[in-house]
Ligand binder design. Structure first.
Ligand code: UDX
Length: 439
């Protein structure tokens, strides 16, 4: 089938490559010409495991191309996916939908008759009503344009695998739409054949599924981090608590790792976005607990700074601190709302001399936080420092040799913000080891 993907960020570029892998002819469209040029050369403008290989494979055969032209996209196919980014507004908790609306406005005049548009962007519930108005206003033949919604649940660093083997696919259809499901099933035939369940529902429920899923995931993380706060007050150990809780299959271990909390381009934004939308709908009270989920999450960062200050003898002024980790999670170069960089920046503002190491994300970090020091060598970051903070759980750090590092650091103190360093090993090597949520 011929498909386009409008918007080629983390979601769209991955979706385009995955659709080509399924055997479709795909045209990705993005207004950023630099991004388009890179993608046409088989290079994603961000790191995502396996993505460059797929891009190279399919741009080479010609089954995958990228363009900056809406006219070309409109003429290319009659199935269009929307993958445009919907960040948080700069001055409110709500989603910024201006790029999404602009994209649909620009694409609509070029659409062929009998077109299906499938939205994948994360949006507040009710957005498809506005999109239908835009389509109505700008199309030649509104009656023959269908709008469906199929939110994307991919995790960064597993994006290719999650797109090709999703744990479920959700499809929201407009009332009376009797034709789009068959087209959708044809696009996803290979994935459905492999067993991914398809839930067909209405547009509003489909829109809500994504923000509800992320609000739940955020709540699970903040729940265990609230227990970490309690553990710190009581002298208990949150990691042993998780192990004990996880045996209850209703709770389970996944998505409940305590530590410095959640960041990235999705969970923080989606928690705030669903609150903002619920308040607009007069249902704010129903999700008011999510404000605390957000607050618990941000308090973990403050707690890390307090612990660092405590370990530095009560003041951070002039203290040399090594920070391991800049990405919001391992195996990505994404630093959006990174807890690690928020802590590094707070330490800097409190007077510390901070040196940051990350295996992949320092280029992006340097652009966003140019006042911090960076190094490409994890040992160099530690050399001469008075404290080491472990803030993103790369395996590279878990596998580091504390005995060797002990010879480089001035004061052998480490605070583990992610709970993945082997406490006994570090203590045996002569380190003072502290961790969030542990005595
Ligand atoms: C998330 C959702 O998982 C995904 O379904 C959705 O489509 C997009 O948002 P992502 O942002 O890629 O995906 O990362 P995820 O792996 O969920 O982690 C988000 C943040 O939570 C990271 O900062 C991570 O370090 C943190 N986290 C995750 C925890 O602190 N504890 C956990 O147990 C899990």
């Amino acid at each position: 089938m011929k498909l386009t993907i409008i918007g080629c960020g983390y979601l769209g570029a991955t979706h385009a490559a995955a659709m080509a892998e399924l055997g479709h002819q795909v045209l990705g469209m993005d207004t950023d010409t630099e991004k388009v040029d890179a993608l046409n050369k088989g290079q994603a403008p961000f790191h995502e495991r396996g993505l460059d290989d797929l891009l190279t494979k399919h741009t080479t055969t010609g089954n995958l191309r990228f363009t900056a032209s809406y006219a070309e996209a409109g003429a290319f196919a009659d199935v269009h996916f929307l993958g445009v980014g919907t960040p948080q507004q700069s001055d409110s908790d709500a989603y910024d939908l201006t790029h999404l609306f602009a994209a649909v406005r620009s694409l609509t005049p070029w659409l062929a008759d009998n077109t299906l548009i499938i939205g994948k962007s994360t949006v507040p519930v009710g957005t498809t009503k506005i999109l239908r108005e835009i389509l109505h206003e700008h199309s030649r033949d509104f009656a023959n344009i269908k709008l469906a919604w199929s939110p994307e649940f991919l995790r960064e660093s597993f994006a290719v695998a999650d797109t090709l083997r999703p744990d479920r696919i959700v499809l929201g259809l407009a009332p009376g739409d009797t034709t789009s499901e068959a087209v959708f099933r044809a696009v996803y035939a290979e994935i459905l054949r492999c067993g991914s369940p398809l839930i067909v529902t209405d547009l509003l429920t489909a829109e809500l599924t994504k923000s509800a899923a992320n609000a739940f995931l955020a709540t699970k993380i903040s729940f265990i981090n609230a227990m970490a706060e309690l553990c710190e007050a009581a002298g208990a150990d949150v990691h042993e608590l998780v192990a004990a809780l996880a045996y209850d299959t209703r709770i389970g271990p996944r998505g409940m790792r305590p530590g410095l909390g959640f960041g990235g381009g999705c969970l923080p934004k989606d928690v705030r976005g669903i609150i903002a939308r619920a308040e607009e709908l007069g249902a704010g009270q129903a999700v008011s607990f999510l404000r605390e989920v957000d607050a618990i999450n941000l308090r973990r960062r403050d707690r890390m700074v307090d612990l660092a200050r405590e370990q530095c003898g009560g003041t951070l002024i002039g203290k040399r601190i090594a920070v391991w980790g800049a990405a919001f999670k391992p195996d990505t170069d994404d630093i959006r709302d990174s807890p690690a960089l928020a802590v590094a920046d707070a330490l800097h503002r409190a007077g510390a001399e901070v040196t940051v190491h990350d295996p992949m994300a320092t280029d992006n970090a340097r652009k966003a936080f140019p006042h911090l020091e960076y190094t490409d060598d994890a040992t160099a970051a530690v050399t001469g420092a008075g404290l080491l903070l472990h803030l993103t759980e790369w395996t590279h750090y878990r596998d580091a040799d504390p005995a060797d590092l002990r010879r480089h650091i001035a004061v052998p103190k480490v605070i583990d913000g992610r709970g993945t360093l082997d406490r006994e090993r570090w203590r045996t090597a002569g380190w003072t080891h502290r961790a969030l949520g542990r005595p």
